[in-house]
Design a protein around this ligand. Structure first.
Ligand SMILES: CC(C)(COP(=O)(O)OP(=O)(O)OC[C@H]1O[C@@H](n2cnc3c(N)ncnc32)[C@H](O)[C@@H]1OP(=O)(O)O)[C@@H](O)C(=O)NCCC(=O)NCCS
Length: 292
């Protein structure tokens, strides 16, 4: 197919949203904007003439290149467009000195990424459904204190996430917190140290809850309660979505108590230096499938 790979810009967001909407994914224009501001040189589009027929974004943090939003328009697939746009993302990773490239692959993408040298690591589940808020829902815990996130918490949450990921993802967390003021909670222990945090934000069809990092299942449970209770006015239900590593048994249990089922929909794949996570057990929910 006669296509050209170019840099994706703000002007492309409406067309990129149309591509994304055709898949029923949860990202919003703000998600595209965040990527464009975090990674203007790593955001790509495939053009057939003037028509946008593909997207992919390579976002770099701490020598890790995360690839997301890889979409090729139906009718243009199986003609090498996905491979071409992925190759541009891989070049961007190489040019920026990344030793590890990571993505969460849908079933459509696994084979293509395998041919590009990615290896599977673990399954990532998607939990989607409705939760209802009851007044005063958050349990009181003798050792933990939950409160709404503030900008002053940013340094501590960046450090906690770095413990879990083995990489510092400062710019993304700063943007998420600043774009969604007050949408999240921190959990501190009785000595005032951070035990966990959870962010949430409006998605296209559901509230996306994540990232959520915690040192224990107890802290995670309180954070989930606080996040869910925050979504809609008391007495109503809210549509939620979470992306949870399937090997995170504690979170699977917490999610089930809310009547949500986690389905394994994505495969974490990597190329290069093995493994992103230093403390996988601390990752209770991802920021989203497009950014891990
Ligand atoms: C995943 C996706 C991006 C792949 O895009 P694509 O343009 O079809 O990718 P390619 O054409 O490069 O490769 C797809 C397959 O077509 C084959 N192919 C490529 N050119 C071909 C040609 N001229 N003739 C026949 N087959 C061809 C490739 O070998 C590959 O086969 P494989 O899946 O067995 O490895 C696309 O399916 C998509 O947008 N899916 C929905 C969104 C999604 O799930 N995205 C992935 C997010 S991680």
């Amino acid at each position: 197919m006669d296509i050209e790979i170019r840099t994706l810009t703000e002007m492309d967001i409406p067309q990129a949203m149309e591509l994304k909407d055709s898949l029923g994914w949860n990202q919003t224009p703000e998600d595209w904007q965040r990527f464009l501001s975090l990674s203007p040189e790593g955001s790509f589009k495939a053009l057939r003439g003037q028509e946008l027929v593909g997207t992919a974004i390579a976002y770099v943090f701490d020598k890790v290149c995360w690839i997301g939003m890889t979409i090729v328009k139906e009718g243009c697939r199986h003609q090498g467009v996905g491979r071409e746009i992925m190759k541009r993302c891989l070049e961007h990773g190489a040019q920026t000195g990344c030793s590890l490239i990571v993505l969460d692959a849908t079933r459509d993408g696994v084979s293509l990424y395998g041919r590009l040298g990615f290896r599977p690591e673990f399954l990532v589940g998607t939990a989607r459904g409705k939760v209802s808020r009851k007044a005063g829902q958050t349990d009181i815990h003798p050792d933990f204190n939950i409160r709404r996130i503030e900008v002053k918490d940013l340094d501590q949450i960046v450090s906690l996430e770095a413990c879990a990921l083995g990489a510092v993802r400062e710019a993304l967390l700063y943007q998420l917190v600043k774009q969604n003021p007050g949408r999240g909670f921190v959990c501190n222990n009785s000595e005032g140290s951070l035990e966990g945090f959870a962010l949430h934000r409006p998605g296209f069809h559901s509230h996306q809850v994540g990232p959520m990092i915690a040192r224990s299942d107890e802290a995670a449970e309180l954070l989930v309660q606080a996040a869910f209770a925050d979504l809609e006015p008391s007495g109503t239900t809210a549509s939620v979505m979470l992306n949870v590593p399937m090997n995170q048994a504690g979170m699977q249990k917490i999610i089930r108590t809310w009547g949500l089922k986690v389905e394994p929909r994505l495969t974490r794949m990597f190329r290069g230096r093995k493994r992103l996570h230093a403390r996988e057990d601390m990752v209770y929910a991802l920021s989203g499938p497009e950014k891990g």
